[in-house]
Design a protein around this ligand. Sequence first.
Ligand code: PLP
Length: 416
Amino acid sequence: MTERRGDHLWRPYTQMKLAVAPLEAVATSGSRITLADGRALIDGIASWWTAVHGYNHPHIRDAVSNQLQRMPHVMFGGLTHAPAEKLAARLAALLPGDLNHVFFTDSGSVAVEVALKMAVQLWLNRGVSGRTRVLAFRGGYHGDTMGAMSACDPDEGMHRRFGAYLPSQVFCDLPRTAAPEAALDAAMAAHRHELAAVIVEPLVQGAGGMLMHPPEVLATIARLSRRHGLPLIADEIFTGFGRTGSLFACEQAGVVPDIVCLSKALTGGTMALAATVATSEIFSQFWSDDPAHALMHGPTFMANPLACAAANASLDLFEAEPRLAQAEAIGARLDEGLAPLRKKPGIADVRVLGAIGVVQFAGTPDLAVLKQKFVERGVWVRPFGDIVYLTPALTIPEGDLDRLIAAVCDIAAAPE
Ligand code: PLP
């Protein structure tokens, strides 16, 4: 093995032996990524759906710089600080219903772990044993840590090899059109005494293939969960903060989950931060004179003040600027711009929800060739499986959005 540049880095989801060298990014601004060789790429996916306000937004940058001068970090055990207090109160006010109790972590996967631990422990705190499984949906993705992986699509190759290590969950199909009343009701009834919770990505299963379902399906899942006394965990890590056209996807179904997981766009894509937010009812199950009823979790960098400052600044921008209207406008443009692909041979589906546009191929294209073609067009996207998708910054200029759409239309029509 001869040493090359980057040999000390182990990259995500990458067979290092076969991988082509990654592109080196040196700067980001708005919707653009500048490469070391001077080229600028239009980012079609906002760095894995995080940079909703575009890169390097001055308001977020200033908030982080100011916080950096005062207190970049302090432990959260036994101490608190204004950025976290303020952010928790703002999230509680923005989330529907009485989702009032915020537990901060540092990644989406860990936010899901915390939600699963909350669900399992709340039954123990009630004195009920045996409730250790969750009902999850095929096509779902909830992260790469052990508990989160256990709730991901069971047939998906990426996590299957770890099967022996993972808790066994109950999986159901997630209907795309009709409300899944009977099958889901039966599954919940059959497993009721071993289930701790139900977990779902509301309205769109992201990394599992950008698979969408209408609000009525989500409403049915929520109603059935309630009927069977099962807490509903909404994983809004992808959908939260405007991506589906509302601040939170659950709002479109009028659903108030018992636990919500947030991350990604929480800080406008600038810092690693996540939150697991529980209703007052869930929180009350941990409120006790018994120390053993406490939630046993506490990451070292939980509620990092820089990340909380970034998140507060991001929420300022949602208040001051019309992000939801921008998401709607992007959706309309994606709908119109991608529509001609529907008639092309080799295209199985084109779907749009909020500021998410997805083109699904009839077969599986050569992803490396596809990525290269996009880069040659000055566009940064990450096709996976049989899809290419656009989830740009909600602030993307119209001209850049049109260039993204044109690149997808041209390249998807002739992918090889
Ligand atoms: N849940 C959902 C819905 C996600 O889309 C992701 C990441 O893509 C995760 C959880 C995991 O988040 P992270 O990659 O920050 O651990």
